[in-house]
Ligand binder design. Structure first.
Ligand SMILES: Nc1nc2c(ncn2[C@@H]2O[C@H](COP(=O)(O)OP(=O)(O)O)[C@@H](O)[C@H]2O)c(=O)[nH]1
Ligand SMILES: [Mg+2]
Length: 288
């Protein structure tokens, strides 16, 4: 049994599982969470039935955390990480990723709880990665076959523009940089988490993919259909967009400043187990 190392996390042992973990962050998703969890279980039943789901809840006032506990009590494949307060999507993901890696994850999928990320795409995401496949697979709205059918032209232009901006500033070939439906090999995820990420919302999604590209990891994009949530409200608002606009150029500047240290110390590939230990240690150190 391993204990989640972050200070703001309720200290609870997370049962170890050396396999697939799906990390689902929640803030006020009481209506959306049950169908999302059921959808994940249904989609993986035939393809990868030995999975675990980690819900990372930031003390949702609407009771999402309590509901997740009730679901977890009835289903041993579901675990819940409770954080004391909402401190951003990036922080929630780092806590969830760290816990999943410490529990022995070999593959980690990140996905939203609000129904926008269709669990039916999980087999395709997983099939494109892992042994013999890419290190990180992105569910992509902006490759052939991907779509956002519920969005207005304005919303599409904003999202596409956001990805195009980050692609140009960071000189990446990836089409969908702001999405949050990704499947990671554990060692790749540990590599990008070696240092605490700087950004939280859309910027966090961009930052991790940028780090993967800089580390020389193989990135694949598979098409997804991104639907609008049907319940609850979006938590990623204008402030998150502003953070990304300012923060993305800073990612390049930060990298230029750190280049000598990175070149001297970082191997391009790290075994999963030692990388996971390094990540857990980093989280402990930064939280204390
Ligand atoms: N734990 C946690 N989850 C969050 C936070 N912000 C957003 N989320 C979750 O992250 C996912 C994506 O957020 P959402 O509001 O749907 O973003 P949008 O789709 O870009 O509007 C959803 O499952 C949210 O509940 C946060 O600060 N903490
Ligand atoms: Mg959403």
């Amino acid at each position: 049994m391993l204990t989640v190392p972050l200070r703001e996390t309720v200290r609870r042992p997370l049962p170890s599982h050396e396999g697939l973990w799906i990390v689902v962050p929640t803030y006020n998703e009481v209506e959306s969470l049950p169908p999302t969890l059921a959808g994940i279980a249904g989609a993986l039943e035939a393809f990868a039935p030995d999975f675990r789901i980690l819900v990372v809840d930031d003390g949702s006032p609407d009771g999402t955390g309590r509901l997740a506990d009730a679901i977890a009590a009835a289903d041993p494949r579901v675990a819940v990480l409770h954080r004391g307060a909402k401190s951003g999507l990036g922080d929630a993901y780092v806590a969830g990723f760290t816990a999943a890696l410490a529990a022995g994850a070999r593959r980690v999928v990140q996905m939203d709880a609000d129904g926008s990320h269709d669990p039916a795409a999980l087999p395709a995401l997983l099939a494109a990665g892992g042994d013999g496949g890419a290190d990180v697979v992105l569910g992509s709205r902006y490759v052939a076959g991907g779509s956002t059918p519920d969005w207005s032209l304005r919303r599409r232009a904003l999202s596409r523009g956001g990805s195009a901006y980050a692609r140009r500033v960071l000189r990446l070939g990836v089409r969908d940089l702001t999405g949050g439906f990704k499947a990671w090999r554990a060692d790749a995820l540990a590599t990008v988490l070696r240092e605490p990420p700087a950004l939280q919302g859309y910027g966090f999604q961009i930052e991790l993919t940028y780090r993967a590209a800089r580390a020389g990891l193989a990135i694949a994009e598979v098409p997804i259909t991104f639907r609008d949530r049907t319940a609850g409200e979006s938590k990623l608002g204008a402030a998150t967009i502003r953070e990304a606009l300012v923060g993305v150029p800073a990612l390049r500047r930060r990298r230029r400043r750190r280049r000598p240290a990175i070149a001297a110390s970082a191997p391009s590939a790290t075994p999963a187990s030692s990388a996971a230990r390094a990540t857990a240690t980093t989280a402990t150190a930064t939280a204390s």
